[in-house]
Design a protein around this ligand. Sequence first.
Ligand SMILES: Nc1ncnc2c1ncn2[C@@H]1O[C@H](COP(=O)(O)OP(=O)(O)OP(=O)(O)O)[C@@H](O)[C@H]1O
Length: 305
Amino acid sequence: MSAAGETAVEVADLVVRYGSRTAVGGVSFEVPFGGVLALLGPNGAGKTSTVEVCEGYRPPSRGRVRVLGRDPWFDHELVVPHLGVMLQSGGAHPLARPGEMMSLLASFAAEPLDVGELAERLGLVPFLRTEYRRLSGGEKQRLHLAMALVGRPAVVFLDEPTAGMDVAARHTTWELVEQLRDSGVAVLLTTHLLDEAERLADQVVIMRDGQVAVAGSPAALTAAAGIERVLVRTRAGLPVEELTLSIVELAPGEYEIADLGPDGLGAVLDTVVRWCHRHDAVLTDVRTVRPSLEDVFLAVTGCDT
Ligand SMILES: Nc1ncnc2c1ncn2[C@@H]1O[C@H](COP(=O)(O)OP(=O)(O)OP(=O)(O)O)[C@@H](O)[C@H]1O
């Protein structure tokens, strides 16, 4: 595997058309080894179309895509052994058993993970001999993840990896993704769960109508959105009506200023300090609250996930 930081997946000005419909209209990003990029966007934004080109399942209509330095469509046979692809559904025979499926995929890999250990990790041991069709949605999802990882891939594509998983399986999956990153694997994931993206991704690309609406680290995107509100802790029952600020006492002694107004944070803090001083109240805590990634997403896409 290449060194952390080097480019594993390169997408430059990618266009994907279905007949006259342009699903992806000029998208660019890179995923380095040891990096996690989350592709976000509302339904139909073009995420799956983008990922399918990276996986080598469809050619780009225009633009350049390189995975491990190769064209995943033309060099499919060379690239695919190094990829771990987690699909949301399909691809499994209804009568196949998880143990057989994992062992088969492991047999194709030069240096597979230990099937037993991976099954243990993902809580699949009780189901190794259960027919695929009898697995629950969350168990299938864990199996799909195991199948993507068992070949010890250099690049992993995860399509809504924790959809349908219970809380414990979701946390195990997150830990696995973090371990993949730490071991130098490049991870490209799509998700509708903004907390998942915020926790896992170094870089987030929010797509809208086939375009990149915004891109950056979760911290940079939320910081760029500014401070949303201020929380202040002081004595209970101070007269909020004295202030022209939009201030409310949420709980005894806990005040929220939801709108910083035109003069910004400095002016708000100045007003609050004077107000407390006037009433001989001690200001014990002042906190600024930034928007979450979900707030940024909603502002950028103008819709709910
Ligand atoms: N094979 C296809 N033929 C025609 N149109 C398609 C095809 N696949 C996708 N599309 C259209 O392209 C657009 C982008 O679809 P895509 O599946 O890439 O979006 P997405 O962001 O993955 O959506 P979701 O979050 O719902 O999975 C959609 O309008 C979709 O209807």
